[in-house]
Design a protein around this ligand. Structure first.
Ligand code: UDP
Length: 573
């Protein structure tokens, strides 16, 4: 497996298996063999035993050539006794002490195995409510979130990566103001992304200048209601997001509109990075196609998409991810029932920025947006064909009767999802997800305990090295700043092509999210980067744009607003 120095470090420190003394017992190739064989063996279940070796070799090549990689838990755990292979989970939080701690226990086990957990805390009674069993008062959702947070803090010591949580509270919950400001203190809820669950009626109240009703009904039908100014609530929310990056928004009505199995339940939450809205106890296996490998170049011509190679990769990737559901080991019977009932998978992409750079298309252009939609439409369409053909051999997903596909044959309730690909893009040596380059060169901190990694994007280097005035001195300057915008010897067209996240207007970040969302069954994880100088009005505008244009959620990140930042542009000496 061809690997960059950084990829090798990441694999050795967390992915490759070790013996009890901590000695490495596999190479990157052996890791891929382990994963390929375990995933291929799923086909034994459908009586296709003679295909196993052949399928394993197809899966091995797929990963070895870095055309596609599954999410980290699959790479780490496939073919091992643990065999927990999913990255994303949503668990229910019911208004009952024993249910709250049952869910916490399961979340702890999931995080220990490398999965991320999302929860909607809106079913918990507000702070100060009566507790009939004790005669006391309840501490409210945010207090319980702190307990979950503390658990994650300790679990991350033993697990292979940081545990991650998504905590959601609906906009009409009486504790919403406490929730909105819960991350003002950077140390509080540090293992949570938090998002407000927005319902369309809130925007209606906001736009008509009306009050908005906060509401909670407990299981006995006792109701608490309070009228608040919608405008005031909104301003507080937007201000907190501007100051700290939290909370983000989750658009519950949009998510419900696209819920493939409304007959099975209502979706109230997403996984930690937002790319998979899921029902309680559902999980999802992700995998991403490396777009930088889906290009071909004929002699004296520009780079073009190799549609045929992309098609083959999609079909094999869908088969791979469907197999993963079969060999997965589930930590709870309900997790198994939901995963095998809906058989959700999330096929996405990485290397989009690199693809655009090679094709000479600036990220902040209409051409990039149209091309993004076209590409994702192709991926979704081919994934549907692949899933239907698997259904013909293996049967449709069991809950199909209660789904919007009840008249079709289909193996999976969802097929596509755009994940952040934080680590797998590093292993593949390409740009992450559909993000622009964060910097032309950068250092990355905290990825592995206190190690700092340096990276220079290869597509950018390729373009730069073709320029007339390119020199080692110029490269040093680019590495120092992480940007090429200040280098006047470079033509305007090259500077535009190599704009980085913070140099791209936030409206283009949102437009990319929306362009890909149009053809994504699940959701799109996208960081809407803003410069430190962005105003509260910019944040408000971004949040509204995302809702109006059909995003399923939004997270902004204003440079410098978080104390602990994983990525830094350039090298700070
Ligand atoms: N995730 C997690 N902990 C982490 C990183 C990711 O639990 O440290 C989960 C989370 O649900 C996230 C999903 O994995 O939404 C996918 O993240 P990403 O694509 O960055 O993971 P990769 O497969 O690249 O490691």
């Amino acid at each position: 497996m061809e690997l960059t120095a950084n990829a090798r470090i990441v694999l050795e420190s967390r992915y490759l298996r070790r013996d009890e003394q901590g000695k490495l017992i596999e190479t990157p190739e052996q890791m891929l063999e382990r994963v390929a064989l375990a995933v291929a063996e799923a086909e034994l279940y459908w009586g296709q035993a003679k295909d196993v070796q052949q399928t394993a070799s197809l899966f091995f090549d797929l990963m070895n050539e870095k055309l596609f990689l599954p999410n980290s838990p699959t790479l780490m755990n496939a073919g091992t006794p643990l065999s927990q292979l999913s990255a994303c989970f949503v668990l229910p939080v019911e208004d009952d002490m024993s249910a709250i701690f049952d869910t916490l226990k399961l979340a702890a086990l999931i995080q220990q195995s490398g999965g991320g957990t999302g929860f909607n805390f809106s079913h918990l009674r507000p702070e100060g409510s009566y507790v009939s069993s004790t005669g006391g008062t309840s501490s409210g959702p945010v207090a319980f979130m702190k307990i979950y947070n503390a658990a994650t803090e300790e679990i991350k010591q033993g697990g292979k990566r940081r545990g991650a949580n998504m905590g959601i509270l609906n906009i009409n919950h009486p504790d919403i103001l406490t929730f909105i400001n819960a991350k003002e203190d950077a140390h509080q809820l540090n293992n949570f992304n938090i998002s407000v669950g927005i319902k369309n009626d809130f925007f209606k109240a906001l736009d008509t200048g009306k009050t908005y009703t906060l509401h909670f009904s407990d299981v006995h039908g006792k109701t608490i209601e309070r009228e608040v100014s919608a405008a005031d609530l909104w301003q507080k929310l937007v201000h907190a997001a501007w100051a700290t990056g939290d909370p983000g928004l989750i658009f519950l009505d949009t998510i419900q509109q696209f819920n493939p199995t409304p007959g099975i339940g209502t979706i109230e939450a997403t996984n930690p990075c937002g790319e998979v809205p899921l029902l309680p106890y559902e999980s999802c296996n992700l995998g991403s196609i490396n777009l930088s490998k889906m290009l071909q170049k004929r002699e004296n011509q520009d780079w073009q998409v190799d549609w045929e190679k992309l098609r083959r990769t999609i079909h094999l990737a869908v088969r791979f991810l469907d197999n993963v559901i079969e060999i997965n080991r589930y930590l709870h019977p309900e997790l198994k029932r939901m995963a095998t009932g809906n058989r959700k998978i999330g096929l996405g992409v990485m290397g989009w920025a690199e693809m655009l750079i090679r094709m000479g298309i600036p990220y902040d252009s209409q051409e990039a947006l149209q091309f993004g939609s076209q590409l994702m439409q192709f991926i979704q369409h081919e994934a549907q064909i692949a899933s239907a053909s698997l259904a013909a051999q293996r049967g449709s997903f069991p809950f199909i009767i209660q789904s919007q596909f009840s008249s079709q044959q289909r193996r999976n309730a969802t097929l596509t999802s755009i994940a952040p690909t934080g680590t797998i893009s590093l292993i593949a040596g390409t740009s992450s997800s559909i993000e622009p380059l964060f910097a032309i060169a950068y250092k990355r901190e905290h990825v592995l305990n206190n190690q700092t990694l340096f990276e220079i994007n290869p597509a950018a280097l390729e373009i730069l090295s073709r320029q007339q005035h390119f020199s080692e001195q110029m490269l040093d300057e680019i590495i120092l700043k992480g940007s090429v915008q200040h280098i006047r010897q470079l033509p305007e067209s090259v500077r535009r092509l190599l704009k980085t996240s913070l140099e791209i207007d936030y409206t283009y970040h949102i437009a990319h999210q929306v362009s890909f969302q149009r053809y994504t069954d699940n959701a799109v994880s996208k960081t809407i980067n803003m410069p430190a100088s962005a105003t509260i009005a910019d944040v408000e505008n971004a949040y509204r744009m995302a809702w109006q244009q059909g995003a399923k959620g939004i997270t902004i990140f204003r440079y410098g607003s978080k104390a602990e930042q994983v990525l830094h542009a350039g090298l700070k000496k």
